[in-house]
Design a protein around this ligand. Structure first.
Ligand code: 8ID
Ligand code: ZN
Length: 346
């Protein structure tokens, strides 16, 4: 039975109060599914969306969230690829045109018509959310819906970033922000893909989780000789660096310690940040710096398959949807170890 109203976390203005409210349950358009979202991860992107610190406006009022895992409860009349009762995921890329040059080549995140869950379209911080059926993630019936939620953004994103890093099995990959939501999954995908991991973050709790998840080396970003420690531990620098830290300084520093001919992949999106790379070193070391933005439908299916096969696990803790404000406070202070997942029933 689909109710007429539901609970949601809503804000009217960027940086303004986020309120636990009753709002109408949306109706799926002809090409959409309606998902009863049981759990939603909280990504640092949701914090950026609320703060409004990116050069892209959010919808207002906004229901954030883009790691929603749940059950399909209704279908638009043109939907043929889902049935009521299937498990489905609400991800960042809610829809795209599917016909432009970028969509045709599998670069759906670059589509000019891309619709973004929890940013330009109400997302998963509500009990019922809509998504384009072609883009919605298919989740295996064996999945624990709370555990799979973080895969829907964090997992897909880091898996894609590791692919585009072009690191080879046996090579070193450094991960900045390794103890956070994207980082803890990046360590595991990296291991599953055969890479050796240097985790960079701060504090004992993050060191412990990074090592437990398979990082061979942990370096505290607050130490003064960070570059030297990383170069020594990897006998010449990591072949790839995946930046999920929300820090411009981390990016600049990596141009020092990355291995010659190595690749730096930008994923974290600190507001107003620039990449600073000294040109002589950049050329002579022949380093590559590239951006990576979520993943396409194939990356989604592949990232979920690693999860279904038990190769990656979400290090998550569950709190109620109504407690989102507390999660944002911890996240802004860099105190989130792994991922918070919201139970939309509380
Ligand atoms: O498609 C994309 N490119 C994409 C997808 C999803 C998320 C990008 N993101 C972006 C988010 O918008 C955010 O900017 O990735 C970034 C990280 O998201 P997250 O993993 O959800 O954030 P978190 O859980 O807060 O973890 C961030 C970690 O960075 C560490 C913190 O200690 C924290 O553990 N960190 C910071 I802040 N400064 C650091 C530094 N200088 C650092 N780690 C290493 N060095
Ligand atoms: Zn995200």
């Amino acid at each position: 039975q689909i109710p007429k109203t539901q609970k949601a976390m809503v804000f009217e203005e960027n940086g303004g109060p986020i309120e636990y409210r009753d709002i109408p349950v949306p109706k799926p358009a002809s090409d959409q599914i309606l998902v009863h979202v049981l759990y939603s991860g909280v990504c640092h992107t949701d914090l950026h969306a609320w703060k409004g610190d990116w050069p892209l406006a959010t919808k207002k009022p906004l229901v954030g969230g883009h790691e929603g895992a749940g059950v399909v409860v209704a279908l638009g009349e043109n939907v043929t690829n889902f049935k009521v009762g299937d498990y489905a995921g609400i991800k960042w890329l809610n829809a795209s045109c599917l016909g432009c040059e970028f969509c045709l080549k599998g670069n759906e995140s670059n589509c000019a018509e891309a619709v973004l869950s929890g940013y330009t379209h109400d997302g998963s911080f509500q009990q019922y959310a809509t998504a384009n059926a072609i883009h919605a993630a298919k989740i295996d019936k064996s999945a624990n819906l709370a555990a799979v939620a973080p895969i829907l953004c964090a997992g897909i994103t880091v898996y894609k970033a590791l692919k585009v890093s072009e690191a080879s099995p046996g090579e070193w990959v450094a991960i900045t922000g390794a103890g956070g939501g994207l980082g803890t999954l990046a360590i595991q995908y990296a291991r599953a893909m055969g890479f050796r991991v240097v985790a960079i973050d701060s504090g004992d709790a993050k060191e412990k989780i990074c090592k437990d998840l398979g990082a061979e080396v942990f370096v505290d970003f607050k130490s003064s000789d960070l570059s030297k420690q990383i170069v020594e531990a990897t006998s010449g620098g990591p072949h790839a660096v995946i930046h999920v830290a929300v820090a411009e300084v981390a990016i600049t520093l990596s141009t020092e310690y990355v291995r010659p001919a190595g690749t730096i992949v930008l994923v974290g999106l600190p507001g107003g940040a620039y990449v600073k790379s000294e040109v002589f070193t950049h050329v002579v070391k022949t380093i590559n710096i590239k951006g990576s933005y979520v993943g396409n439908r194939a990356d989604t299916a592949e990232a979920l398959d690693f999860f279904t096969r038990g190769l990656v696990k979400s290090p998550y803790q569950i709190v109620g949807l109504s407690e989102l404000n507390d999660v944002f406070k911890k996240m802004a202070a860099g105190e989130v170890v792994g991922r918070y997942v919201l139970d939309t029933s509380k």
